[in-house]
Write a new protein. Structure first.
Length: 165
């Protein structure tokens, strides 16, 4: 998929709505060769998905070995809106707490007092984190109104062919 095609899809209003959500699911290949799919908080910086994790997270050795990931960001309503993203993860070890981590968790409802307590707890727990920067290499938006899953699109095409015959 060409970068301009990726940008065109990610710039759509529905994609922007999904990119402003709190949690995505990230699939990767674990070190034992089996798939993993984990929910994780994220932020979109305009060109990359950014997630932050502990320096001892089990996913890190797997991502160092195979940085290819697949992401899903979706809604819980009918019809669902789904943004599928494939990309390559780049790991960036950071001393202290990455600003993105604080931004990611800024959308959760907390009172100002809870926010201060949460941030103090985070700063006392982590001496550093790993920022995982994911550059999209392929995207698909499914809204079930203008776009459908590829297999359903194929069924619609076949039905139209049958009806013309």
């Amino acid at each position: 998929m060409q970068p301009n095609e990726i940008t065109a899809i990610l710039d759509l209003p529905i994609s922007q709505e999904l990119l402003s959500r709190d949690v995505l699911r990230m699939a990767y290949v674990a070190k034992d060769g089996t798939p993993r799919n984990v929910p994780i908080a994220f932020t979109w910086n305009g060109s990359e998905i950014v997630v932050c994790t502990t320096k001892n997270a089990p996913k890190l050795p797997s991502l160092r070995r195979n940085p290819e990931v697949a992401l899903t960001i979706d809604t819980e309503v009918h019809p669902p809106k789904i943004l599928l993203i494939r990309g390559r993860a780049e790991l960036d070890v950071v001393d202290g707490i990455p600003e993105e981590y604080l931004q990611i968790n800024g959308s959760y409802e907390m009172t100002p007092e809870q926010r201060v307590a949460w941030e103090a707890e985070v700063r006392s727990l982590y001496d550093g984190m790993v920022r995982i920067l994911i550059t999209p290499t392929w995207v698909k938006l499914i809204d079930f109104e203008t776009t459908l899953p590829t297999a359903v699109e194929e069924l619609v095409r076949r039905r139209a062919e049958r009806q013309r015959a």
